[in-house]
Design a protein. Structure first.
Length: 415
């Protein structure tokens, strides 16, 4: 493999024979040579770009506004900006981060219904006008802090088939939307459309269909014509199970001729699969289990301690997600094992009852698909530093998409 060189923004361009996996091998060798156990992540920009191309082919009518909260790694934001997505920001901090990368204010939706007043004022000063609301109190705040805002009414939808049920916290019930629209009109505020979030890890495509139908019913009660439908996030990071149902519902309730612009706020969809974690086995214990019957051979339970865990890049494990670490080097026989994170807390467990070959202190484990809600929620609990992130891209992709010039240019405009 030829050397790969980080460019000005830290993107490593892989030569024709190289791959992200080879890059990881090389990095591990470098770290081993320095006696370093520090965990690191590799962001594969080819995968991120493929996810975007897949989005365009599966949901051609829906413009993605990437949910920055999911993973705000600068290279992710720069790449998506170069590809022409918009951004869903939840706070002044996120707005400021994407603006500093050259994103135009009109490509941002401030998609939080309960906003601090100072953050609304900041959005106003920066020309970020599109923002969501679901309550009269929020309308009062917006009328004081950003009277020219273009408001999107977030409705609560049936999220009973989703694992993360956001509608218990956000979204106006359908019986209240009429009053909210009246209130906005009384305050002289402009409402331009409707949004919802189906919840994350939704298992029923019909939930999307019903939510789109619910949004239509709110459009039908509007005094002035709405122009925007925002179908939120909740898309899987692996496949596209609901695109047919979504496209069908859009054609039925918001046909192309209606002129309604459709956007979405995907987070996990983009960020999950491009990231792989490499973490080092920093400690090992072998537990001989008690023999219950005389003569029985005691079973060995292997306990391994990794240099990253749930307080770091794998924070999402505290919710429901499971991971399948695999060995950087190959081996044969497998043993029942527990893999822990590095901190003193017992909840810092990565995987239980897991069959892996015997590992040794100094080995590296890899974990794929760790980009969503990990690094963005990570801490330095117990003094363990956050993992570094290396971004890689193949030479071909880099030049084909002319990303180099887009990403390297600080004041990038959306093409
Ligand atoms: N939009 C809003 C308002 C959210 O709260 C979230 C996640 O919490 C998202 C978008 C992104 O959701 P997902 O990562 O499931 O696509």
């Amino acid at each position: 493999m030829n050397d790969v060189w980080p460019d000005e923004w830290g993107v490593y361009i892989l030569d024709n024979e190289s791959t992200a996996t080879r890059f990881i091998d090389k990095k591990i060798k470098e770290l081993d040579a320095m006696d370093s156990e520090e965990p690191f992540q590799v962001l594969n920009l080819d995968t991120l770009i493929q996810m975007h191309l897949k989005w365009l082919s599966y949901l051609p009518r829906v413009k993605p506004f990437y949910a920055v909260k999911c993973n705000s790694t600068e290279t992710v934001l720069r790449t998506l900006n170069a590809l022409g997505t918009g951004f869903d920001c939840a706070s002044k901090g996120e707005i400021s981060q994407v603006l500093s990368l050259g994103v135009k204010p009109e490509n941002i939706i401030y998609a939080h219904t309960t906003k601090p007043q100072s953050h609304i004022k900041y959005a106003c000063a920066q020309g970020v006008n599109l923002m969501t609301f679901d309550d009269e109190e929020e309308l009062q705040k917006v009328s004081r802090c950003h009277p020219k805002a273009k408001l999107v009414l977030r409705i609560a939808v049936d999220d009973s088939s989703s694992f993360y049920r956001l509608s218990s916290k956000f979204g106006a019930g359908l019986s209240t939307t009429g009053r909210l629209l009246e209130c906005a009109a009384e305050l002289g505020l402009e409402v331009v459309g409707v949004s919802f979030h189906i919840g994350s890890k939704c298992s029923q495509s019909l939930a999307f269909r019903q939510a789109i139908a619910d949004a239509r019913s709110v459009f039908d009660t509007a005094v002035s014509d709405f122009s925007l439908l925002d179908i939120g996030g909740g898309f899987s990071g692996k496949d596209f199970p609901f695109s047919e149902v979504i496209n069908g519902a859009l054609d039925e309730y918001f046909p192309f001729e209606s002129g309604v612009q459709v956007i979405a706020e995907p987070g996990r969809y983009y960020a999950e699969s491009p990231f792989t974690l490499a973490a080092n086995i920093i400690a090992k214990r072998i537990i001989m289990e008690d023999m219950r019957t005389e003569g029985e051979v005691p079973e060995r339970l292997m306990m391994y301690y990794l240099s990253d865990g749930v307080y770091g890049s794998l924070n999402f494990l505290l919710r429901d997600v499971q991971v399948s670490p695999y060995l950087h080097r190959s081996s044969e026989k497998r043993y029942r094992s527990v893999i822990w994170g590095p901190t003193c807390d017992y909840i810092d467990k990565i995987v239980d009852n897991y069959l892996v070959p015997e590992l040794h202190v100094g080995d590296w484990l890899l974990i794929d698909n760790i980009g969503a809600y990990g690094i963005s929620i990570s801490t330095e609990f117990n003094g363990f530093k956050r993992s570094s992130i290396y971004s890689v891209v193949t030479n071909e992709t880099w030049h084909t998409l002319n990303l180099s010039s887009h990403i390297l240019k600080k004041n990038l405009s959306i093409s």
